[in-house]
Design a protein around this ligand. Sequence first.
Ligand code: FE2
Length: 300
Amino acid sequence: MRTQSASSLKVRSIQAVVSATTVMEGAGMLVHRSFPTAALDMFDPFPLLDELGPKAFAPAEAPGFPDHPHRGFETVTYVLQGGMQHKDSRGHAGKLGPGDVQWMTAGSGIVHSEMPEEEFTERGGLLHGFQLWVNLPAKNKMMPPRYQEVAAAGIPAAVSEDGLVSVQVVAGGALGVRAVIDTVIPISYLHFTLQPGGSVVQPLPDGANAFAYVFQGAGRFGDAQTTVERGNVVLFGTQGEAVHLEAPVTSVEPLSLLLIAGRPIGEPVARYGPFVMNTREEIAQAMDDYRNGRMGAITI
Ligand code: FE2
């Protein structure tokens, strides 16, 4: 449901458009990385956004990410096609299918594996999903790890009155619905699909940094008349309370994107591989803790 006030909000202009880079991760996972790249180190409070695939795998071919640690931030996995399964050092295991979300707060430290789901691996098929990293403020970096797992049916969704815009609300709120996932700092994670001719004005949390990652079709943003195509990241400026998303009426396919926003943390960032801390000393401590087994091990 669109409110009257949404149309009177000042919409943000585009600050920059950055291309995602294509990399091969692990044993052959195709990844489109929005950041970190040479062009964009991070977008506070987000250290990383990866699009996994879309890539078709033959039976027994799909690669994964075996046991590895994390500390100091959150990983958010959102599967669109195919299946993933995970296990961790806290005895937790689960499977993610299309539309499912896992919001994992690594906090003080966890060791986990993220692999293609067994039946999916045997069968082969298309794998497509996302992983976002959400940084934690210094005071929350060493919080106890926690999981929030929500199946597709439990992710709130909404459709605009004209039927041209639909949204899956992973975090935050949109089109009158609120997310069920609780975030440590205020975050919006919205999966929008706009049919040709569809548009929406989406309010943002106060002071939030916001970006859109286009993964299907092309769209117009803010007051810009140029279109942004698949594989690009739109960084919005900070002036304004909302963003305007539009799928050109001449489009031949829907516009699909993630609109992600969060208030910048504004603290120093020291990162190394799977750790995101504030200082080099804390990174060294994390490596030492991991090597000496203080983040645990997967035993299930
Ligand atoms: Fe991980």
